[in-house]
Write a protein that binds this ligand. Sequence first.
Ligand SMILES: *Cc1c(COP(=O)(O)O)cnc(C)c1O
Length: 398
Amino acid sequence: MSNAFQEFIPYGKHQVSEEDIDSVVDVLKHKFLTQGEHVPEFEYQLSTKVHAKYGVAVNSATSALHLACLSLGVGKGDTVWTVSTTFVASANCALYCDATIDFVDINYETGLMCIDHLALKLDQARLNNTIPKVIIPVHLAGKSCDLIKIRELADKYGFKIIEDASHALGSSYLDDMVGSCRFSDMTVFSFHPVKMITSGEGGMIVTNNPSYAKKAKELRSHGIVKENDKLLDKSKGDWYYEQHYLGYNFRLSDLQAALGLSQLKRLDHFVYERNILFERYKSMLHSSSLHLLDSGSTQGNTSSLHLAILMLPELNCHQYNKVFSFMRENKIGVQLHYLPVHLQPFYRNLGFKEGDFPNSEKYSHTALSIPLFVGLLESQQHRIVNTLKEVYSQLKFS
Ligand SMILES: *Cc1c(COP(=O)(O)O)cnc(C)c1O
């Protein structure tokens, strides 16, 4: 069935409208390209959308995670915990701050941080005096973690929470938007083109805490302060500025913010379309032995559906490879979300090894993301499902 003329279907991609293009061109023709009015407007609109008080736009979610950690005071001698079933950036941010990283295993059924494992690990950490400073739950595929339980543990053990919501812009949890920070200190979003909305590259921190927002804003721009009320020496003139911390240049440009703002207007539509496509996959797979990772949608909880993840009955490495390569040969851009972070060569060098987080490892032999993006056609979905059924029927199970 492989066909040289068949078009490659990626697992995810952006959707750009004429209006998006016009808004970027308008900045190019008439406005400041950076440090203009679009970045603050994007921060205001996005934080309002997710019901948070403050937004700090940066050049990627990776930078957002880094600055979120720094704003919470993460540094040498501190420990940060996240899950291994995530993109490497969720863990790398701790190491940028010279902190130690460790992982909590996932619940195999949900793909999210396992609350029981977290509680056990915290109990152990208390005995060893190694309670983490920050925990970073990841809302895989757009499904919110059980934050209310993580909040209870945070109150008991005294750690901070940064939500990695790179997948979950537009999702809701307990009748409020992911990003409201009702149960957390800060939330981070990504605007990479495969994510829910795009600004080319980009990310944002949202928070309800004014001092975290202020710190993140200063760190985003070299640690430099210009506003008169923040200066240590207020006697100088308008030309004067002070550097208070070792900051970075993690700014988002106004070109990018204009694109992000224009895309944000269609966020609800994007979420709606992705939910329709996901339901269609579900009905196409209904009579087969293949099923999708549950979206977690219930009353009050909705998923952005950033990803459609197939949960193949447990396969050995050879079988998984066969499914993966058959799909790719047929020009279907399947992807693994995620290879466990702790098994990356870099993390193995830090001492992590196979067997450390069994559910994350087992999950990586099971999960296969299939294409899901706004604009995916019903005929393409049929092609994807038929190709899957074909390769699956060829697998030998012993
Ligand atoms: C994409 C992603 C990031 C990093 O986002 P960038 O904007 O590309 O830096 C971090 N965490 C998760 C879970 C992601 O999927």
